[in-house]
Design a protein. Structure first.
Lengths: 168, 186, 416
């Protein structure tokens, strides 16, 4: 049943958006589509408003950072859920770290408000059109975006723990 | 089945050394004040995370904290004696904790409950303060993650011993002044 | 039934003409800081409220006062060490979080878990759900002024703690279970504690219900307090008891069954208005349903072959110590697991469980190494707390406090 979901949604998306759909794969029990950044808002809107697909519930979204993919380092993953028919899909989009902007989806899904603020806080992804894009979990005075792979987990300024002994 | 034979636990604390007579009891004033303070601590539960739930269990009927005199929890720092910091303190919360501590009136004691408050606990990360003793002076540390209610009661009893045995005007002693100066608190 | 609030809910910008203050302009509202440390907010989050007298016009939430960077820590810890972190998410019901994580990793590794282990896991998770709802419901009582219910029903949490302590050694942050099963079988003492709990709890729960459920004062306080419509709740991503109180019967145990929940018979309670009374009643009924599930699970466990408490996967489940010291193969497996040499497939997986507050999801990207490449936790509290300032617009301050406690916002899960 999962494979037919992958092809059903995939065919509809390809018919409407053509080459904005970069890939469509099945990972475990989720169809995953990689979308080009400029089409992501339109794709999400289509998935939400189409009567047959009706993915009206945004389960979660999170940021991704692959420093080795030059030109496509940062990414965002969206997970949608069609509650009446109980269907779930995942969408991903990637963009370079030099231009980390993405359109906001708070107009489609009000729940994305804080989720986008969290991804801005962690990865520095700027969501254009967000009503209140500022840090949410970390301190406002923080100058860097901590979840990116180049930053360490521990506080760099502490002086009491010797890194050599703790194997970091 | 006489009650005298069954009584093995002495529930009455010993009176401080003093001169006793019919209708009067004379002892040093700091002993009386110490006893009064120790048995009527008003804690300020600064509960942030999981240790707060274990504190709720300590306040509940099985491990009743009220029998130590700490029944009346004060959420206002102005009226509290004992600041119980329970749970992880992040760097964002640090100034808040410091402000609450400074608002408390002397005499005041601080109890750090749990591994996170004592030293950062499991969370050696960029956002967690590695121990509240970086910003405020602490009197008793209770280890555990979360500590069992018996450990919390033991910590409270240690605070009580501290309270009983300190001098009445601790705030004027040079050691205390030096300690506060180290934390930049006037 | 005169239980409706006498003041209508107002929109910000419209001045309620019942107070006769038509001339009050928005910049003349008072600002009240319901600060990070507050006796009534159960957890540390701040709300700056703009009030017109006692009525809240708008509010702004600040969270993050207990941000502990779970997602970053998870990139440095092997899979079995992340269970410790998941404990501290919704710490009132840690076993559910633990099991959710174990099931996510088992999904990644494509492990088959024996039925008996699944039934035991169901027992543990439902006990944790009861424990979580005990706290939430008794604290709703405390916030309306009823301390008695809290003191009496908290004793039952001690009975649940006894069971957890017998199973895993810890009361609150249990770190229970292992990837592939449980770390030890239920001992006879654990079964005895469980029987004692099942005998005593229904009576005590009924007592607690009688105190509050049809209590005139409680109903007057909680009905129409902080309501939310089903459309708005779905838009804000609500899940769990808060969504079910609004009328939508979405329960992950029914929609995406895991851990053999499809074999159990239970009903999903649903409310109508989404106000505080509905949330209280939904949680109350869920406790009764959890009791019934535990009884069914005990019956099912009796039918399975005894003594099975883990899957037969020596690559991921530590072999018992006697064998490690005597058997070469077990020693090699132990070494591989601890040093992280076991073969973890590359891939990404998402698994969700019905936590105490809703759909708790774990999104895990593995790159074949010892630690995850990316772990993201879908935290229900974080998602539905966004709606809080919307829900209290036009309400009295005391209603706002009651709304917050009835939503069961746990700071650990909010900030993670």
């Amino acid at each position: 049943m999962e494979n037919t979901l992958l092809t059903t949604v995939g065919d509809k998306l390809k018919a409407k958006f053509g080459d904005a759909i970069i890939s469509a794969e099945q990972h475990y029990d989720f169809p995953v589509y990689v979308i080009r950044r400029d089409a992501i808002y339109a794709v999400l809107q289509f998935l939400k408003e189409d009567e047959e697909l009706a993915f009206t519930f945004l389960t979660t979204m999170c940021g991704l950072h692959y420093p080795d993919n030059k030109g496509q380092e940062l990414g965002v993953m969206y997970q949608l859920h069609n509650l009446p028919k109980n269907l779930r899909i995942r969408l991903k989009t990637f963009f370079p770290v030099s231009d980390p902007t993405l359109p906001t989806i708070t107009t489609l899904f009000p729940t994305a408000n804080w989720m986008e603020r969290q991804e801005f806080d962690f990865y520095g992804i700027i969501f254009k059109g967000h009503p209140n894009l500022k840090r949410i979990l970390n301190m406002d005075e923080m100058t860097y975006h901590p979840m990116r792979k180049e930053y360490p987990l521990e506080d760099g300024t502490r002086e009491d723990k010797d890194d050599k002994m703790f194997g970091r | 089945m006489s009650k005298e034979e069954d009584k093995k636990v002495n529930l009455d604390a010993d009176a401080p050394p003093g001169i006793e007579g019919p209708g009067f009891f004379a002892t040093r004033i700091d002993k009386v004040v110490g006893m009064a303070r120790a048995n009527s601590l008003w804690p300020l539960p600064f509960a942030t995370s999981c240790c707060g739930i274990e504190f709720m269990a300590t306040m509940a009927s099985t491990y009743d904290l009220g029998r130590f005199g700490a029944e009346r929890l004060s959420f206002s720092p102005r009226q509290a004696d004992l600041l119980m910091v329970m749970g992880t303190i992040s760097k964002k919360m640090g100034p808040v904790l410091r402000q609450v501590y400074e608002q408390m009136a002397e005499p005041k004691w601080v109890l750090s409950m749990g591994a996170c408050a004592s030293s950062g606990g499991v969370f050696d990360t960029y956002s967690v303060l590695q121990g509240i003793d970086r910003i405020i002076p602490v009197d008793v540390y209770i280890p555990g993650c979360p500590p069992r209610p018996e450990q919390v009661l033991d910590g409270i009893m240690q605070i009580q011993k501290l309270v009983e045995s300190e001098s009445i005007r601790r705030r004027d002693t040079p050691e205390y002044k030096a300690l506060l100066a180290k934390y930049n608190i006037e | 039934m005169s239980t409706k609030n006498k003041i209508e809910k107002v929109n910000p910008g419209n001045i309620p003409d019942k107070t006769g203050m038509e001339k009050v302009k928005p910049d003349e509202f008072t600002t009240l800081n319901l600060g990070p440390t507050h006796p009534a907010t159960h957890g540390i989050f701040q709300n700056v409220l703009k009030m017109d007298g006692e009525i809240i016009m708008e509010g702004e939430s600040t969270v993050g006062y207990i941000h502990r960077a779970f997602e970053k820590i998870a990139e440095r810890r092997p899979y079995y060490q992340i269970t410790v972190l998941t404990d501290r998410l919704n710490y009132c019901s840690s076993p559910i979080n633990n099991m959710g994580w174990h099931m996510t990793v088992e999904k990644l590794l494509k492990l088959e878990i024996p039925k008996r282990v699944q039934y035991l896991r169901v027992i543990i998770m439902e006990l944790a759900r009861i424990a979580d709802h005990i706290i939430c419901n008794s604290v709703i009582g405390v916030d309306t002024g009823a301390m008695t219910g809290f003191l009496y029903i908290f004793q039952q949490r001690e009975s649940i703690y006894d069971i957890f302590e017998e199973l895993c050694g810890a009361r609150l942050t249990t770190n229970i279970g292992r990837i592939g099963g449980l770390e030890r079988d239920f001992s006879p003492k654990a079964w005895a504690f469980l029987d004692k709990f099942l005998n005593e709890f229904p009576g005590k729960l009924k007592e607690f219900e009688n105190l509050l459920m049809r209590n005139r004062i409680f109903m007057d306080r909680t009905i129409n307090c902080g309501p939310i419509t089903a459309e708005k709740a779905l838009g804000y991503g609500f899940t769990g008891p808060n969504l079910r109180a609004a009328g939508v019967d979405y329960d992950v145990r029914v929609m995406n069954p895991y851990c053999s929940y499809e074999e159990f018979e239970f009903t999903v309670p649903v409310g109508t208005q989404g106000d505080t009374y509905d949330r209280f009643m939904v949680r109350q009924e869920e406790m009764w349903q959890s009791l019934s599930i535990i009884k069914q699970a005990i019956e099912k466990v009796k039918k399975e072959p005894a003594g099975v408490f883990h899957a037969d996967v020596p690559e991921f489940f530590l072999p018992p110590k006697q064998e490690v010291y005597n058997n070469m193969e077990a020693l090699i497996y132990h070494f591989k697991i601890v040093m992280g040499e076991s073969d973890v497939p590359v891939g990404e997986v998402y698994h969700c469980v019905e936590g105490g507050n809703g759909e708790l999801g774990f999104y895990l990207i593995s790159d074949g190494g010892r630690t995850p490449y990316r772990m993201h936790i879908r935290r229900p509290c974080f998602i539905y707390y966004q709606a809080y300032t919307d829900m209290i617009k036009g309400a009295y301050l005391s209603d706002a406090i009651l709304t917050m406690s009835s939503m069961n916002v746990i700071a650990g899960e909010l900030d993670a």
